[in-house]
Design a binder for this molecule. Sequence first.
Ligand SMILES: *Cc1c(COP(=O)(O)O)cnc(C)c1O
Length: 342
Amino acid sequence: MSRVIDLRSDTVTRPTAGMRAAMAAARLGDDVFGDDPSVNTLQAAVAERLGFEAALFLPSGTQSNLVALMSHCERGDEYIVGQQQHCYRWEAGGAAVLGSIQPQPLTQQADGSLLLADIEAAIKPDDPHFARTRLLCLENTIGGQVLDPAYVRDAQALARRHGLGLHLDGARLFNAAAAAPGEVLANARAICAGFDSVSVCFSKGLGAPVGSVLCGSHDFIARARRWRKMCGGAMRQAGLLAAAAQYALDHHLERLREDHALAQRLASGLQGIPGVQVQAPQTNIVFADVAPARSAGLIPYLKEHGVLATGLYRLRFVTHLDVDEAGVDRAITAVRSYFCEA
Ligand SMILES: *Cc1c(COP(=O)(O)O)cnc(C)c1O
């Protein structure tokens, strides 16, 4: 059998030859002393290109979000967040456990947004009975969907009226940016506008092996640097990794549209299969609901046929740098044969 088609996540990519060459050639220093030129260049480039004063390179998106929350909030403060957002649900409760920050999760709408009325109702008055509501966190893309820019502006205005800070979990910021026409970087900068901080993953669709960058003001990033140290995220010759992220920033933004086109191809191929209900993808993630009666055997069947995916009743397929049209077509064929056999 030919190689495995891994659609479990866009985190599974291996560095390309060009990226490995950039890593091998990276100039290095000790980043804890602030001496690593490749880290410094990356941080300056991301900050400048996304419209922030400063930026910080961290080992993971989880740590980047945690450090952001700890830099915005103090012990006994509270952040408002969606039930399904990564920095509430998928980060092992770090903000509460390590940051002593209380989450105020809200139910999300189908498009990933939080109702403005729900946000407003969740903001606590200044009263010793309550945690101090300090921060609103949004995520873009969220479940592969792009937040409506008009909604984001309204949510930002609401947060500002109440004196809240604003953090964007932009793990897949550049996928949101690539979903609109025009230059990806310019779109990304527009999506970041109005937020105090943004966290971006380089180890997802951008194809780097490791690393996230947190952006904010000089003061904010100075606080974040101390929290990063406390969390164990200060690395030494980290330029080896920063060079990979830099390569991705310079070479892999516009190509995200190829991943989005592959997701479209996958969705249309799955659409006609009886027992499968496909949600039209906006970016690189395809969700497909399968009839409960047939769901249990599907993932193992796909695996036997060289296709990896996740989910049970709701399958998730993520396209990325290491899949192509032939791979997507094999995935479609495998799903079809599962539902059409037996
Ligand atoms: C993946 C992801 C993260 C965390 O990134 P890791 O590098 O896996 O820790 C944070 N937020 C969102 C929305 C993500 O998809």
